[in-house]
Design a protein around this ligand. Structure first.
Ligand code: PLP
Length: 376
């Protein structure tokens, strides 16, 4: 765990740091006003300990949102408010599985999840991902099975694949038959730019084998530190008790401010506004990569999310590309380390959400120069 360096967010993002939303236009004055109103309304009561499961108004607001927008089957009673998806993954790893247990993970996989599972001593079993998402036949055909499956079905990290509906249904039936948990990380599903979003696995699962992880890191801002779980009824009490041992509860005033932000319709409005901005930025990035970087990479334009994967198509190594970019102030996130085997496609993720089209243009041109100057 120490060797891997944990899971750190970038403190000062620069193009093309991935997974970062645009925060420069965030309605801070509105947030500040709601924060003041919360303090006025609750007074010093807001300074006391809060419910370890999360404050009720926020749980209600989250349930309304995920039911409407993600096709989930949530009630406030089944939601556990946490500080992040990362905390949710660690909690799942330690509460649902024992050290040495097997967990199926996507290959390539989100590094934060893999590190949480490694830290809990789990055996992560990689399962291939194709254009339709995780290859479910590989899971069903594995005679050793596993206690859980971790997946990012609405927007696979990092490939961007959306898990096909028939695979979702097959996985749900298999999980019910085998009493396996499905851990669904729905980290950036608010942002889809083409086609219709598919209902989340949790909403399709009549057997209550799915644990849904949500976060406000992408939809609002990373420093908020609010994520949540939608739990099957029998897990609510044990998971809530487990979280009291970790950190008691999430900061109460922040939770209440977020609840009022959501109840007032500001969350929905913010998502709609950011979705339009990000769609435009993705279009700009895809066009600029095609124009300036096509001798080096092939872009895999995603249907949603905050980053675009690019696969190297020239004889430059991934490491050389990343180092050359870093020398000119550009951040790329390598793809090969996310694969279980070292023989994967090489390339990188380019975050686009936090940068204006003008900033993207300057950085793409600088990257083209940097890649062009690598001796081959
Ligand atoms: C797949 C995935 N899940 C979760 C997260 C992180 O969310 P949180 O900040 O809530 O831990 C990220 C952030 O990059 C991510 O890419």
């Amino acid at each position: 765990m120490f060797r891997d360096g944990g899971v750190r967010g970038i403190l000062v993002p620069r193009p093309f740091t991935h997974g970062i939303p645009e925060t420069r236009g965030f309605p801070l004055q509105l947030w500040e006003r709601l924060n003041r109103q919360v303090l006025k309304h609750y007074g010093t009561k807001a300074l006391l300990h809060g419910d370890p499961q999360g404050c009720k108004p926020l749980r209600r607001a989250i349930a309304d949102y995920v039911n409407l927008e993600r096709g989930a089957r949530a009630t406030a009673d089944r939601i556990l408010v946490l500080t992040s998806s990362q905390q949710a993954m660690s909690l799942c790893a330690t509460m649902l599985l024992d050290a040495g247990d097997r967990i199926f993970i996507e290959d390539p996989a989100y590094h934060g999840a893999r590190r949480a599972f490694d830290a809990a001593g789990l055996e992560s079993v990689p399962v291939r991902v194709d254009r339709q998402g995780i290859v479910v036949e590989q899971i069903i055909g594995d005679p050793r099975g596993a206690k859980a499956v971790f997946l990012t079905p609405s927007h696979q990290f990092p490939t961007g694949a959306k898990l096909a509906l028939d695979r979702r249904l097959a996985l749900i039936e298999w999980a019910a038959r085998n009493q396996t948990w499905l851990i669904e990380d729905d980290y950036d599903s608010e942002f889809h730019y083409s086609g219709k979003p598919t209902a989340c696995v949790q909403g399709l699962d009549p057997h209550d084998r799915t644990i849904y992880i949500g976060t406000f890191t992408k939809s609002l801002f990373p420093s908020l530190r609010i994520g949540y779980l939608i739990l099957p009824p029998q897990l609510v009490e044990p998971m809530t008790v487990a979280r009291t041992v970790l950190d008691g509860h999430t900061a109460q005033i922040t939770q209440l401010t977020l609840a009022w932000f959501m109840e007032g319709g500001h969350f929905g409005a913010h998502i709609r506004a950011m979705r339009a901005i990000y769609a435009e930025r993705l279009k700009a990035l895809a066009r600029l990569v095609e124009k300036h970087l096509s001798p080096f990479v092939e872009a895999r334009v995603p249907i949603g999310g905050l980053q675009m994967p690019c696969v190297l198509t020239c004889n430059i190594s991934e490491r050389a590309a990343i180092e050359a970019a870093r020398r000119v102030g550009i951040e790329l996130f390598g793809l090969s380390a996310l694969h279980a085997s070292g023989e994967a496609e090489t390339g990188f993720l380019m975050g686009f959400a936090a940068y204006t089209p003008e900033e993207i243009e300057v950085a793409v041109k600088a990257l083209a120069n940097a890649l062009g100057s690598i001796p081959r």
